[in-house]
Design a protein around this ligand. Structure first.
Ligand SMILES: NC(=O)c1ccc[n+]([C@@H]2O[C@H](COP(=O)([O-])OP(=O)(O)OC[C@H]3O[C@@H](n4cnc5c(N)ncnc54)[C@H](O)[C@@H]3O)[C@@H](O)[C@H]2O)c1
Length: 347
């Protein structure tokens, strides 16, 4: 069923405030979750309210934490997220990057002491709306085997890349560097269905479609074989070796560890195209390139070639008009969470 965005936002914000966040922290967190749901990424939407609220309530995420700029130059930032809620740390870092890039043409930020930041497109998409090109990534707890290994060594380390367009929707690639996000396995388990073949292996390295076998010591596979493995490793290196966060082998589990802060790291690059070309020229060129892709002849049964992020942008536009679609299992869980925090589920 579909539910009203504002009512869900009000409900979720109240739950996160009851768990301990300030209103601003709660709002940005719920905006991030609803952004994912609106775009059809249920694995990173309100299905996580139960975990986010629990992490705040038990103090493993620090409510009220303000980010600290530890080192700064004209185009580089090292930020201590001080174990605050992920969406706030990541959005504040992104805003700082956009400000610096508008002056110098580019800003690179590395963040440590971070928490799970949800869907990366929330931040890269914000930058694109400011006319900026953005690359956003984060490491996360080991859940993916390196090629040839049997033990998870890398997180599902998301990568999001946004490029602003003029007439077209901005491009906004947003992907786990595993074949699929691990949250989709958790959601499949909640909804009681199998996952597609090729996503994961069980604890013995045997391919499986059973979500429980994956979540019980199994592992996701990297996208694109060794190439995805390399990109995921790069993200982990930038987050941990450059930014000073824990690496994927050390990072504490979002789903199961309610005692130790995660200390994940983010890595962001923001580029102002107007420092390379007149802005309009750049946007015209992007539009022309996107026209070519949209005019690409299509295979039988395909309506049109899609640009990265286009499917999600279409769903988001529809959801904002018609309501946010949530599975019954998630709604049931939200009602339970609401009752736990004394917040009536009026959505
Ligand atoms: N915070 C974290 O630790 C973390 C970890 C992993 C994933 N994530 C998030 O999980 C979400 C889902 O990741 P995913 O890899 O399962 O996403 P996905 O596989 O659903 O989509 C990946 C990308 O492929 C694009 N795409 C899909 N079909 C397409 C087509 N036909 N033509 C052109 N482009 C197409 C989508 O627009 C999207 O940008 C993302 O928002 C990601 O940021 C977060």
């Amino acid at each position: 069923m579909r539910y009203d965005y504002e009512k869900l936002k009000d409900f979720g914000t109240k739950v996160m405030m009851a768990a301990g966040l300030s209103k601003d922290e709660a709002q940005i967190t719920i905006e991030n979750l609803l952004f994912a749901d609106a775009r059809g990424i249920g694995s990173h939407g309100m299905s996580r309210l139960i975990n986010y609220s629990k992490r705040v309530k038990c103090g493993v995420i620090t409510a009220g934490a303000e980010i600290k700029i530890e080192q700064e130059s004209e185009s580089a930032l090292l930020i201590d997220g001080r174990n605050g809620i992920g969406a706030k740390i990541a959005m504040e870092t992104m805003k700082l990057c956009c400000e610096k890039a508008a002056k110098t043409g580019c800003c690179v930020a590395a963040v440590h002491n971070g928490n799970h930041f949800g869907a990366g497109a929330f931040y890269s998409g914000y930058a694109a709306k400011q006319g900026m090109i953005a690359i956003v990534c984060s490491n996360s707890e080991a859940a993916v085997v390196p090629i040839g290994g049997t033990v998870p060594m890398l997180g599902t380390n998301p990568l999001s890349v946004a490029v602003p367009a003029g007439r077209h929707e901005d491009m906004n690639l947003d992907m786990a560097t595993s074949v699929a996000a691990r949250g989709k396995v958790v959601l499949a388990q909640k909804e009681g269905h199998d996952i597609p073949a090729g996503w994961a292996v069980d604890k013995n390295g045997i391919p499986t479609t059973d979500p429980s076998a994956v979540l019980d010591g199994g592992s996701m596979l990297p996208f694109g074989g060794p190439k995805g493995y390399a990109i995921s490793l790069f993200i982990d290196l930038m987050a941990s070796c450059l930014g000073g966060a824990l690496n994927g082998r050390q990072t504490h589990h979002f789903w199961t560890d309610y005692e130790n802060p995660q200390d994940v790291g983010y890595f962001m690059i923001v580029i102002d195209p107007a420092k390379f070309l007149p802005r309009e020229t750049f946007l015209d060129r992007v539009d022309s390139a996107f026209d070519e892709f949209k005019n690409c002849p299509v295979a039988p049964g395909v309506k049109s070639v899609m640009l990265p992020g286009e499917i999600e942008a279409d769903k988001q536009a529809f959801s904002m008009k018609e309501g946010i679609e949530l599975p019954d299992a998630v709604v049931k869980e939200l009602r339970r969470v609401g009752a736990e925090y004394g917040v009536e589920a009026t959505f």
